[in-house]
Design a protein around this ligand. Structure first.
Ligand code: BGC
Length: 255
């Protein structure tokens, strides 16, 4: 049974959350454990918290971890909404050193995208699927035929002279006190731009606000079918656990 369990950690702006994951069903195998993100959220401080989350469950095996920025082969490359000291940090190696377990560090939206394609709103879709997360920023995951193109960063497309996420993320709705319909108008501009560049077959919209998609999703006008994400809060944890298990399996078979 043990080989069917993985472990995922989700590093967010306010909390670091983790849980063991049933890799076949794409569900958490236990309640998730959350520790507030340290302030300042420097690499060393955050890595300590990740260790605390693993220790809480006594998890000793390989694990996956999400990060809300570009993560290229374990190295954090951007810091739109995170502490700038992460830029250039080999976050994956740091996590391995601090926790003493093999780790895989991936972009948060990429992890969520993998979870939605494997287990959620785009289950077994073999076309071009764009998973878009609306939160503090806008995250994106582009998956085709089950394969992920990592770090697409479509939240940072330029829109009307602005970084798109600064206009259309859920945090912009809050900041500018937008009604659902005013926000949906911004999302329409954004997603029409995205679909004219990538021509996805399906757009899955995630992030906390996708829980209330009945209030605004039908107001967003796109030619592409748009559906709410299904794994909600747990998509990152599930996706990164799955990716970590596969990564470890591959590594194992190389040697
Ligand atoms: C970051 C992405 C991240 C997204 C959602 C953006 O600001 O650049 O890497 O996926 O926020 O957290």
């Amino acid at each position: 049974m043990a080989d069917k369990l993985g472990f995922g950690v989700d590093i967010g702006g306010s909390g670091v959350k983790g849980a063991p994951v049933d890799l076949h069903r794409g569900k958490l195998a236990d309640d998730r454990y959350r520790v507030p993100t340290p302030v300042p959220a420097t690499p060393d401080a955050v890595a300590e918290v990740v260790r605390e989350v693993l220790d809480h469950f006594g998890w000793r095996d390989p694990f996956g971890c999400t990060f809300p920025a570009v993560v290229q082969h374990g190295v954090v490359r951007t810091a739109a909404n995170v502490d700038p000291s992460w830029i250039g940090t080999d976050g994956q190696k740091l996590l391995e050193n601090v926790t003493g377990r093999p780790a895989l560090l991936v972009n948060d939206a990429d992890a969520a995208g993998v979870a939605e394609v494997r287990f959620g709103a785009a289950r077994e879709h073999d076309g071009v699927v764009l998973v878009s997360t609306l939160g503090t920023g806008i995250g994106s995951a582009l998956v085709t035929g089950g394969h992920l193109v990592p770090n697409t960063e479509l939240g940072h497309l330029e829109l009307d002279g602005h970084d798109a996420e600064s206009r259309a993320a859920d945090s912009a709705r809050d900041r500018d006190e937008l009604s659902w319909s005013d926000w949906a108008a911004r999302l329409t501009r954004y997603y029409q731009h995205v679909e004219s560049l990538f021509w996805p077959d399906l757009i899955v919209v995630g992030g906390g606000v996708s829980k209330h998609s009945d209030k605004w999703l039908h107001l967003v006008e796109t030619r592409t079918e748009m559906v709410p994400a299904q794994l909600l809060n747990n998509a990152g944890i599930v996706g990164t656990a799955v990716l970590a298990a596969e990564h470890n399996h591959k590594k194992h078979h190389k040697h």
